[in-house]
Design a protein around this ligand. Structure first.
Ligand code: NAD
Ligand code: TYD
Length: 375
C-alpha cells in the first residue's frame, strides 16, 4: 500500500469549489491549514458563486480558476503549474429536479467530466517521467446511488448494491464506477465518500431547506411534493467537510465511506420545523418584520399557512438513510452538530446574509421556479 500524504503536504485541486459543499469545504480546509495550497476549478454554472469564497479569494496560497472539468488540458496545466497532488472532486450537476427536465448536462459533467479529471490525474501523477507522484483523488458522491428504502429497511451501507433511480443518481453512480475502475486498473490512489442530504450556509435556494427559508421571507408558497412523507437523512455541511478531511488524512486507498447524520426527517416535518423557527425569530426580533415585510410572520400569520401540496417529483425516492458506522469505527468520525443546532445556525445564516442570496433571486431563478411549479 502506498504511503499516505500528510495533510500539510497536500496541495489541493478542489473542483466545484464555488458550489455549496465545495465552498464550505474550502473555508473548512483553509481554517485547518492556513498555510496550505488550494486551487479551485469551477465552471461557475448557475450553482457556482464566487461570493461563497469571499474572504479566501485574496489569500496567499488560494487560487481560483474558472473552467470546465471536461477541459483535460486545463486540468493537467493546473496540476503541473501548482504542483498539485490531491484532487477533491465536488463539481457536479446536483439537482434531481433539473436532471429530470434536462439530463444531458448531468452526463456531461458528472460522467464525462469525472472521466476527464481521472484521465488528467493518471497522466500527471501515474505517468510522470520520474515515476509515480504521491497523490490522492477523492471523489464526492451521494447516498442517492443506492436507490430508495422502505420504512423498515436498514440504512445504506457501503456494500448496499447500487440502484440509482433519477438521472442525477445514475450519473453519480457511473462516476463512482469510473473512479473505482481507475483505482483497480491503473492504480490511481482514490477514495470515495457517499453522503446524505447536506444543509447549511451557501446552499443554492432551489434545494428544499434554503428554498423554504427564502419563500417564507417572501411570503411565497412552500411547495411540498406529493404527500411530504418522503424521508431524508440530513447532515450539517461542516460535518460533511469534517468527514472528507478525515478520509483525506486517514482513509484507505480504494475504499468508499458513507457519511451521514443519523438524522431522518420527513419533508413535511422539516418544513414545519423551519416555519416554527422563523415564527419564533420574528416574534423575538421586531427588526425582521421591517427587513422582510412580505414574510408571513411579519403579517401576523403563521408561516405554516404557506404550505402548499404540489405534484410529486416523477420517480421520487421514498426514503434515504445512511449507516455511517464504517467511517466512525475506522476513522473516528462523529458529526459535531446536533440537528437542532445546525438548523438554527442555518436559519440565522440566511437571515443575516441577504447580501449573499438576494442577487441569486434574479430572472433566471424566477423563471426556473415558475416552470418548476407551473400546474
Ligand atoms: P452545487 O450544485 O451547489 O455545486 C456544484 C458546483 O460545481 C458549482 O459551483 C458549479 O459551478 C460547479 N460545476 C458544475 N459543472 C461543472 C463543470 N463542468 N466544471 C467545473 N465546475 C462545474 O453542488 P453541491 O450541493 O455543493 O454538491 C457538491 C458535490 O456533493 C456533488 O458532487 C454532489 O453530487 C455531492 N453531494 C451533494 C449533496 C447535497 O446534499 N448537496 C449530498 C451528497 C453528495
Ligand atoms: P432536494 O433538496 O432537492 O434534495 P434531494 O432531491 O437530493 O433529496 O429535496 C429534498 C426533498 O424535498 C426531496 O424528497 C424532494 C423534496 N422537495 C419538496 O418537497 N419540495 C421542493 O420544493 C423541493 C426542492 C424538494
Amino acid at each position: 500500500m502506498a504511503e499516505k500524504l500528510m495533510p500539510a503536504e497536500m496541495r489541493l485541486l478542489v473542483t466545484g469549489g464555488a458550489g455549496f459543499i465545495g465552498a464550505n469545504f474550502c473555508h473548512y480546509w483553509r481554517q485547518r491549514f492556513p498555510q496550505g495550497h488550494l486551487v479551485v476549478l469551477d465552471a461557475l454554472t448557475y450553482a457556482g458563486n464566487q461570493a461563497s469564497l469571499a474572504g479566501l479569494m485574496n489569500q496567499a496560497g488560494f487560487h481560483f480558476a474558472e473552467g470546465d472539468i471536461n477541459d483535460t488540458p486545463l486540468v493537467e496545466k493546473l496540476l503541473h503549474e501548482h504542483k498539485l497532488n490531491t484532487i477533491v472532486h465536488f463539481a457536479a450537476e446536483s439537482h434531481v429536479d433539473r436532471s429530470i427536465h434536462d439530463p444531458d448536462a448531468f452526463l456531461h459533467t458528472n460522467i464525462l467530466g469525472t472521466h476527464s479529471l481521472l484521465r488528467a490525474a493518471r497522466k500527471v501523477w501515474l505517468d510522470a517521467p520520474g515515476g509515480v507522484i504521491p497523490h490522492r483523488f477523492h471523489h464526492i458522491s451521494t447516498d442517492e446511488v443506492y436507490g430508495t428504502l422502505g420504512p423498515q429497511d436498514p440504512p445504506f451501507r457501503e456494500d448496499t448494491p447500487y440502484a440509482p433511480n433519477s438521472p442525477y443518481a445514475a450519473s453519480k453512480a457511473a462516476s463512482d464506477h469510473l473512479v473505482r475502475a481507475y483505482q483497480h486498473t491503473y492504480g490511481l490512489r482514490t477514495t470515495t465518500s457517499n453522503c446524505s442530504n447536506n444543509y447549511g450556509p451557501y446552499h443554492f435556494p432551489e434545494k428544499l431547506i434554503p428554498l423554504v427559508i427564502l419563500n417564507i421571507l417572501h411570503g411565497r408558497p412552500l411547495p411540498i411534493y406529493g404527500d411530504g412523507q418522503q424521508v431524508r437523512d440530513w447532515l450539517f455541511v461542516e460535518d460533511h467537510c469534517q468527514g472528507i478531511g478525515l478520509i483525506l488524512e486517514r482513509g484507505e486507498e480504494g475504499e468508499s465511506y458513507n457519511i451521514g447524520g443519523h438524522n431522518e426527517w420527513t419533508n413535511l416535518d422539516i418544513v414545519r420545523l423551519i416555519c416554527e423557527l422563523l415564527d419564533t425569530a420574528f416574534a423575538a426580533d421586531s427588526s425582521l418584520a421591517q427587513r422582510f415585510p412580505h414574510a408571513a410572520p411579519a403579517q401576523g400569520k403563521a408561516a405554516e399557512r404557506l404550505i402548499s401540496y404540489v405534484k410529486d417529483r416523477p420517480g421520487h425516492d421514498r426514503r434515504y438513510a445512511i449507516d455511517a458506522s464504517k467511517i466512525g469505527r475506522e476513522l473516528g468520525y462523529t458529526p459535531q452538530h446536533s440537528f437542532a443546532e445546525g438548523i438554527r445556525k442555518t436559519v440565522d445564516w440566511y437571515l443575516q446574509h441577504s447580501d449573499w442570496w438576494q442577487p441569486l433571486l434574479g430572472d433566471a431563478y424566477a423563471q426556473w421556479v415558475q416552470k418548476q411549479y407551473a400546474g
